[in-house]
Every structure is written in structure tokens, then in C-alpha cells.
Write a new protein. Structure first.
Length: 279
């Protein structure tokens, strides 16, 4: 008889613990689902608002000047759509972080916390790349226009543009924390490859052809140097002529309107508006 009583007591305690666990779990589940639903709708609304604001302020036109339009030529999204998508997924990650926090400390919540903490650095890296692309595009146009009369002007412009864009990419990778693990080995590999090709090629019998080619390049550059100077001087003279031409017009627009003096030989109109007095 005592044994059956002990078994009944243990069974009742198990049911009570299970029921207590269910009662504790259901509110957490409801809160988890409610946070997910609210976060989803908030992410949708904020993404649409960001897209409309960026389109209204002309963000796409500014980004297209930086050469990003060519990179997105085959994509169905433009720059503002991509930024809106990034904002949407960022809000979803924050929502997931808050939702999983309802269950207390867990590996998923810790992972989401690390990702959310990394998002600001990713946003700064994107801004760095966009600014570097815009600067590279501007430098390319400037160098191309300045050295347009030279045969190697386009090559110099492309090299300058790629160099600036590469610096921007390296800075962006450094911002997100992968510079030491990715960029350094890549740079070392590229430099070692270029150096090895140069050493093997030059040491293997390309000394004379390379010497002749360098002589041709230097001779051509020496011949085109006066042309480049003349091009720069003509550009400067054109700016000075345009400034001198615009100065009198600006002065005439700023000068106050004065009454025209009477021309000699013409009668001065009577003060009463032209009516003559009869005698």
C-alpha cells in the first residue's frame, strides 16, 4: 500500500511539472511569434520608405556617376533598391535577435547578436566603396580630358581609376575586419606573380626587346610632351578668354540702370509730358 501511494505521488508531480513547463512555454512562444510578425511588417514599411526617400533625393543619379551603373547593368535592382533590401534584412536580423532573446541565452541568439554588431561596419564599408568608385570615376574623366591628345592618356586614366578603386576596396575590407586574412595574401600573391614573371621574362632573353620597347615609349613620350603642354596651355587660355568674356556681361547685369543722356541736336522734351502751350 505505501508503494502505490509513492507511485501516485511521483506521477502527480510529473504531471504538475509538465503542466508548469507548458504554461511557461506558451507565453514565450506567443511573444516570439508576435515579435516576428511585428518586425516583418516594420521591416517592409521601413524598406519602402528608404527606397522612396533615396529615389526622391536622386541617390541613383549620384551613384551612377561613380560607375556603379555598369556593375548593376544586368541586375534587376538599382542602387536604391539594394540599400532598401539591406535595411530590410538588417531589421529582420534585429527582430530575430530580439525574438530569440525571449528564450533566454542560447547559441542562436549569440550568433545573431554578433551579426547585428557587425552590421554598422558593413554599412560603413559599403559607403567607402561607393565614395571610392565616385572618386575613381571623377579622376578617370579628369585624366582622360587632360591627356586626351596623348596616345597613352586613356591607359593612365584607367590605371589611376583602378588604383583608387583598389584602395577603396582594401579600406572597406579592413573596415569589416577581413583585411589581414584576405587582402594581405592576395596582394602578396599578385606582387610575387608579377615580380616572378618580370624576372623570368627579362632574365630569359627579353632584355633586348624590352630595351627597344622602352626606347620607343620614351621617344614617343618625348615627342608628345610638347603636344601635351600645348593642350594644357590652350585649355588655360580658353578658360581665361571665357572669364574675360563673362566679366563685362556680369558687370553690366550688376550695374544700376541710369537715364540715357540726351543726344546733341535733339530737342529736350518739355516737362509737362510733351504737350505744347498755345500762344
Amino acid at each position: 500500500m505505501p508503494t502505490s501511494t509513492a507511485v501516485a505521488i511521483d506521477f502527480g508531480q510529473g504531471v504538475s511539472d509538465a503542466w508548469r513547463s507548458v504554461i511557461t512555454f506558451v507565453p514565450k512562444l506567443v511573444a516570439f511569434l508576435l515579435i516576428l510578425v511585428i518586425g516583418f511588417f516594420v521591416a517592409k514599411l521601413v524598406a519602402k520608405a528608404v527606397n522612396k526617400i533615396l529615389e526622391r533625393v536622386g541617390f541613383d543619379r549620384v551613384v551612377e556617376r561613380g560607375g556603379v551603373k555598369q556593375a548593376l547593368a544586368r541586375s534587376k535592382y538599382d542602387a536604391s533598391d539594394i540599400i532598401a533590401k539591406l535595411v530590410y534584412y538588417a531589421i529582420l536580423l534585429i527582430t530575430l535577435q530580439i525574438a530569440f532573446g525571449v528564450w533566454g541565452p542560447n547559441p542562436v541568439s549569440a550568433l545573431l547578436t554578433d551579426i547585428v554588431a557587425w552590421l554598422p561596419r558593413a554599412a560603413v564599408a559599403i559607403v567607402i566603396v561607393v565614395i571610392a568608385a565616385a572618386i575613381a570615376k571623377a579622376v578617370k574623366d579628369l585624366v582622360s580630358n587632360a591627356l586626351g591628345g596623348l596616345s597613352y592618356g586613356r591607359v593612365v586614366a584607367n590605371i589611376a581609376s583602378v588604383f583608387i578603386l583598389g584602395l577603396g576596396v582594401i579600406a572597406a575590407l579592413n573596415q569589416i575586419g577581413v583585411a589581414t586574412s584576405v587582402t594581405t595574401p592576395i596582394l602578396i600573391t599578385v606582387l610575387a606573380t608579377v615580380g616572378g614573371i618580370a624576372v623570368i621574362g627579362v632574365g630569359g632573353g627579353l632584355v633586348r626587346p624590352m630595351q627597344q620597347r622602352w626606347e620607343q615609349w620614351l621617344s614617343k613620350a618625348e615627342q608628345e610632351l610638347p603636344q601635351a603642354k600645348a593642350h594644357a596651355q590652350a585649355y588655360q587660355r580658353g578658360r581665361e578668354d571665357a572669364t574675360r568674356t563673362a566679366a563685362p556681361t556680369q558687370q553690366a547685369m550688376n550695374a544700376p540702370t541710369q537715364q540715357m543722356p540726351a543726344v546733341a541736336g535733339q530737342p529736350t522734351p518739355p516737362p509737362n509730358g510733351g504737350a505744347t502751350r498755345g500762344y
